[in-house]
Write a protein that binds this ligand. Structure first.
Ligand code: DGT
Ligand code: CA
Ligand code: CA
Length: 544
């Protein structure tokens, strides 16, 4: 944990102690320690254990506080804070997070007005009832309402695509700041989760570089949540939170590793470090008080005897064992994709634009869903990529296929989509397996209902698909839970078909988001049919 976070955690302890009615001196000691630690020039984890320059020697920090600070620096947690939280009404903890509400006011609101939840607080502020309390006026009420609105916006997760659209231009502007040596986005964004809670930007620069000020001044920034030398947090106009951290270049790799997460992966790596008597933090790899490395992200993995793990699979779902045994997957890459499934009756011009865009990206084939044969035939002549005619057929409740044999014979690729929104999990699995068993399908679309993935036994269905040579669709427009689905398909030995369903040139880009989730599902080139050459696909379609 970095010094500023330790500082704000100690402040939180002070708040909760104050609410409990602890002695003024005790509260003051935690507040003082918070200030002292936040202002330290070097990270707590690099201070000597004892003697001059150690924590105990700092003004106002005795043995007890030094122990707490070390606990935070080393584990990122504080047992005492957990205890305090468990003793404090949950509603009060939430109230404390709002700007303008210190412990005294939060307690007064809670006890004086009987307010227990944020909703009740919002209602009271709107109705002007908070003014009944001493020292509370319309201005504070307005501030509280704003804080509640910002909190609601913050609670939402947004899609990775949306986050990218907002963050890429901001990063491009920040990159221009003189003195910025490196800048990368870390967190769930780098792990390519299909949705992100907030965006974590990491910069290598001297602390004197005014990068935080640049983010605060950014045209997209709406509110400033934190404004320190090494950490700046803002809310964008969209409500998305952006956290910016500045670290020295020599610790950039360790910081990238830490802030990429996931938290579960970090904890597993740190535990491996402890076994080797190494301390691993966002500041680097340490032995006793000696810093061994940390400039490159590889340094962290090497220190615990592991190969570098791609960010997409850092979820503590087996990647650490795989990295130790040299069994990491060689994740499928964008450059390996040869084909896509594009959709929905594009007219001849649109189709020509899509095919030339796809060719320019190095593509070799497209399955065109729903276009009349004549359109495909005409496009074929000047496409430069091989075009296959695709058709979506509906699968009935018992697994029946909603098209005649003659109709199926007219197209190259048959994609089955279940049209049984009310089936329970078991019946859905049976229907899908039955549809695969008909031997009519080339691709089985992932079942969705009301925009949500439907629960079914992916393993059983994927096994049937493997036996019958049927691909399992992964639609890049609907990514919820797609990483787990991709992994289950791979593990069953079956193969995915990533589909963009692009209706125009811009949407061809969507395929990348399907690829992200296949990578998060540990898929290699062999697990994804989009990597086949046009000839290989033809053989596959002929069930050769
Ligand atoms: P998000 O923002 O909810 O989509 O997910 P993340 O993974 O981006 O999470 P975030 O922004 O809270 O934190 C960024 C990274 O920082 C996270 O992936 C791992 C690291 N991190 C945060 N809190 C802790 C912690 O308490 N312990 C450890 N070991 N790492 C943490
Ligand atoms: Ca994040
Ligand atoms: Ca964050």
């Amino acid at each position: 944990m970095d010094n500023e976070t330790i500082g704000s955690t100690l402040d939180q302890v002070a708040d909760l102690l104050e609410i409990e009615g602890a002695s003024v001196f005790r509260v003051r000691a935690y507040r003082g320690a918070a200030r002292t630690v936040s202002a330290l020039a070097s990270p707590v984890s690099t201070l000597p254990e004892k003697g001059p320059g150690s924590l105990e020697e700092l003004p106002g920090i005795g043995k007890d506080l030094a122990g707490k600070i070390r606990e935070l620096a080393e584990t990122g947690e504080l047992a005492m804070l957990h205890e305090l939280k468990s003793r404090t009404p949950e509603s009060l903890i939430h109230l404390l997070e709002l700007p303008g509400l210190g412990p005294k006011r939060a307690k007064a609101i809670h006890e004086g007005l009987g307010i227990d939840t944020i909703e009740e607080l919002e209602k009271a502020a709107r109705e002007g009832r908070l003014r009944a309390l001493k020292g509370v006026g319309p201005k504070l009420e307005a501030q509280i309402l704003e804080g509640i609105a910002a909190r609601a916006a913050r609670g939402k997760r947004i899609s990775l695509a949306e986050a990218e659209a907002q963050v890429e231009p901001i990063v491009a502007r920040l990159r221009e700041v003189p003195g910025v040596l490196r800048i990368e986005v870390a967190g769930s964004y780098r792990r390519r989760r299909d949705n992100v809670g907030d965006v974590d930007i990491l910069v290598a620069a001297d602390v004197s570089v005014a990068i935080g000020k640049k983010l605060i001044a950014d045209p997209q920034t709406d509110k400033v949540l934190a404004d320190g030398d090494t950490k700046t947090s803002v809310l964008l106009k969209s409500g998305l939170q952006v956290d910016l951290r500045v670290v020295p270049e020599e610790t950039f790799g360790a910081a990238m590793h830490y802030f990429t997460g996931s938290k579960a992966h970090n904890i597993a790596i740190r535990t491996l470090g402890v076994r080797k008597k190494l301390k691993i933090s966002e500041w680097g790899v340490f032995q006793e008080d000696k810093r061994l490395s940390g400039e490159r992200e590889e340094d962290v993995f090497e220190a615990v005897g592991l190969a570098w793990v791609p960010p997409e699979i850092r979820e503590d779902r087996g990647e650490i064992d795989a990295a130790r045994e040299g069994k990491l997957p060689k994740l499928v890459e964008r450059a390996e994709l040869r084909g896509d499934f594009v959709a929905g009756k594009p007219d001849a011009d649109e189709l020509a634009a899509i095919t030339s865009a796809w060719r320019a990206k190095g593509g070799a084939w497209l399955v065109v869903i729903g276009a009349p044969r004549s359109v495909i035939e005409r496009a074929r002549e000047h496409a430069g990529v091989e075009l296959f005619a695709g058709r979506v057929v509906t699968i009935g409740e018992g697994g029946s296929i909603g098209a005649s044999e003659e109709e199926l014979a007219e197209v190259d690729v048959v994609i089955g989509e279940i049209d049984a929104a009310n089936l329970a999990e078991k019946a859905l699995t049976q229907a899908l397996v039955a549809a695969v068993e008909t031997g009519c399908l080339h691709v089985l679309a992932r079942p969705f209902g009301a925009g949500k993935p439907r629960q079914f036994d992916v393993e059983a269905v994927a096994k049937a698909c493997r036996e019958r040579g049927v691909l399992l669709g992964l639609d890049a427009r609907f990514l919820q839970g797609a990483d787990g689905y991709a992994r289950a398909v791979k593990e069953a030995g079956a193969r995915l078909a990533l589909t963009s369903h692009a209706r125009n040139v811009e949407e061809v880009e969507l395929l990348r988001y399907g690829l992200d989730q296949a990578r998060r599902g540990w898929c290699e080139a062999k697990d994804v049919a989009n990597t086949l050459s046009a000839g290989e696909l033809r053989t596959f379609l002929a069930r050769g």
